[in-house]
Design a protein around this ligand. Structure first.
Ligand code: G3P
Length: 217
């Protein structure tokens, strides 16, 4: 499963990239606003950290303007992926940009039918929002399962990019049901390594080693 970092924090992205845990980055207007930086500048900086897809979201709501914005965003770097909302205008823009060879990420997906439309429109990625479904007591992982089955039934090449991931169980469950990609905040990615028995076992190893009085170097 590919790991994308859902953030515009360059230090956090670089830290994870140095470990080999960054296959791409996703942003959205809220993440960009939180960065406090100029949109195009922060996307350009992220694209210098990773060669993987970097999702930059359009802010227009009419297809023709979405296409214009997408073409503008693509000028920033070769690995910019144009993020489009799952509306009829967003799907039309997805069809146009995809036919031009532009990587697209159709976002704000909350139903299998929406994901089916995105695949038919040639989306590179579909972003189903797990956490926001869970927030209203629906089952976000079930959506990933349904999309996986639909895409496999017809051989759609659109990659399932599980988004709105809030905890380590979301990551596990996405891997179990076959999401192609998961995008998560740096804090969630880092917490995947945590386990109290690992900490306890390492402490015991080091205590016993210390008692030998030896050193490796
Ligand atoms: O990539 C989409 C993601 O940023 C949304 O996450 O936690 O705001 O639902 P969240």
């Amino acid at each position: 499963m590919k790991f994308f970092v859902d953030s515009a924090d360059l230090d956090q992205i670089s830290e994870l990239n140095d470990i080999g845990l960054v296959d791409g980055v996703t942003t959205n207007p809220s993440i960009i606003a939180k960065s406090g930086r100029v949109f195009k500048d922060v996307i350009a900086d992220i694209c210098k950290i990773t060669d993987g897809p970097v999702s930059a979201e359009v802010t227009a709501i009419v297809a023709d303007q979405m296409v214009q914005e997408g073409r503008e965003l693509r000028k920033i770097a070769d690995n910019v992926c144009v993020k489009l909302p799952l509306t009829m205008d967003g799907l039309k823009a997805c069809s146009i940009l995809s036919r031009e060879g532009t990587p697209t990420n159709v976002t704000l997906c909350f139903s299998p039918n929406q994901a089916l439309l995105a695949a038919k429109c040639g989306a590179t990625f579909i972003s189903p929002f797990i956490g926001r479904l869970d927030d209203i007591t629906l089952d976000g992982i079930e959506l990933i399962e349904d999309i996986r089955m639909i895409y496999d039934n017809y051989g759609y090449e659109t990659e399932i990019l599980a988004a709105s991931i809030r905890n380590v169980n979301h990551v596990k469950d996405c891997a179990l049901v076959g999401a192609d990609v998961m995008t998560a905040p740096p804090k969630v990615i880092k917490s995947l390594a945590n386990h109290p028995l690992t900490d306890k076992g390492l402490a015991a190893f080091l205590k016993d080693w210390e008692n030998t009085g030896q050193s490796i170097l």
